[in-house]
Design a protein around this ligand. Structure first.
Ligand SMILES: C[S@@+](CC[C@H](N)C(=O)[O-])C[C@H]1O[C@@H](n2cnc3c(N)ncnc32)[C@H](O)[C@@H]1O
Length: 266
């Protein structure tokens, strides 16, 4: 049957509308899929950012926690060192020579006169609880190069625990070369002393230092000593020693100075 012209137009119009509708529907689906993709991507980004923030918070909290723990441990160690020292002073004031360990400022000043590059071990006499030992290590002297001579058995136990690679000798530093016999394979690059020298007569102090220069130290190496006194703790007249002295280290109780002795003719 032949179609009328108006019927054909009507069909064409309907066909045109349905293809437009189909295209529109297709576009809408694509847009919806794009939108869903964007939403999923945005969710992933948000999740990644959240993990990063959580991670940073966890890291920072961890770091803070370990800093607080370290500070608490240090404070505890300092407190117990102070208590140990005070007990040692009560038991034997003359031998301990101070009511508290040296401050890190005095300890660092002592260590500053040791050349870490110089050959040979570093002999520390009267290390106590080890503040000067710590400063020597901080200065760059390998712990294994340290020979520590301490009279008190309690301090020796503590030093062995604290500095396991150092050589700790429980003995009398005033008989220095005898006490070091068998431990000193090379001559030393420095003797660092915290002994309370003024508790000994001048002749005994002189003997100690002369023994160190004759039998323990390398030529040119220093004997380093701190003191709270205003005069040289080592008698200098006729000693053949030259000396230099630091300014007062005020951040120590009581304030102290460091004397560095060397042979005038090494
Ligand atoms: C003034 S404290 C110094 C301790 C540590 N160096 C400081 O600066 O805190 C003196 C130290 O020398 C030790 N000492 C005293 N006479 C000694 C001796 N004859 N031989 C070895 N050590 C001695 C004491 O036991 C004490 O530990």
């Amino acid at each position: 049957m032949a179609h009328s012209a108006s019927g054909q137009r009507l069909r064409a119009t309907r066909l045109g509308r349905s293809s437009v509708a189909a295209r529109l529907e297709h576009e809408v689906r694509l847009t919806a899929a794009d939108f869903a993709d964007s939403v999923a991507e945005a969710r992933l980004r948000v999740a990644a950012a959240r993990y990063k923030v959580e991670d940073e918070v966890r890291n920072t909290a961890g770091k803070l926690k370990s800093q607080v723990r370290k500070a608490a441990d240090e404070a505890k160690a300092r407190f117990s060192d102070d208590a140990r020292f005070l007990k040692s002073w009560i038991d034997s004031p003359g031998r301990t020579g101070a009511v508290a360990p040296s401050s890190p400022f005095l300890a660092r000043r002592m260590a500053s006169y040791v050349d870490p590059q110089a050959q040979g071990p570093v002999v520390e006499i009267g290390p106590g609880t080890g503040p000067v030992t710590e400063a020597l290590i901080e200065r760059g002297i390998d712990e294994a190069r340290l020979i520590l001579v301490e009279y008190s058995p309690e301090f020796c136990d503590l030093l062995r625990r604290r500095f396991p690679r150092a050589t700790v000798i429980e003995g009398d530093a005033y008989a220095l070369s005898t006490t070091l016999a068998g431990h000193l394979t090379d001559k030393a690059s420095a003797v660092v002393s915290s002994l309370p020298l003024f508790n000994k007569p001048p002749a005994e102090r002189t003997e100690l230092v002369q023994d160190a220069f004759a039998n323990v130290l390398n030529p040119g190496a220093p004997f380093i000593q701190f003191t709270y006194a205003v005069i040289s703790p080592v008698p200098r007249k006729g000693s053949g020693l030259k000396a230099q002295v630091s300014d007062w280290v005020l951040r120590n109780i009581p304030p102290a100075r460091v004397w560095v002795y060397r042979r005038a003719k090494p």
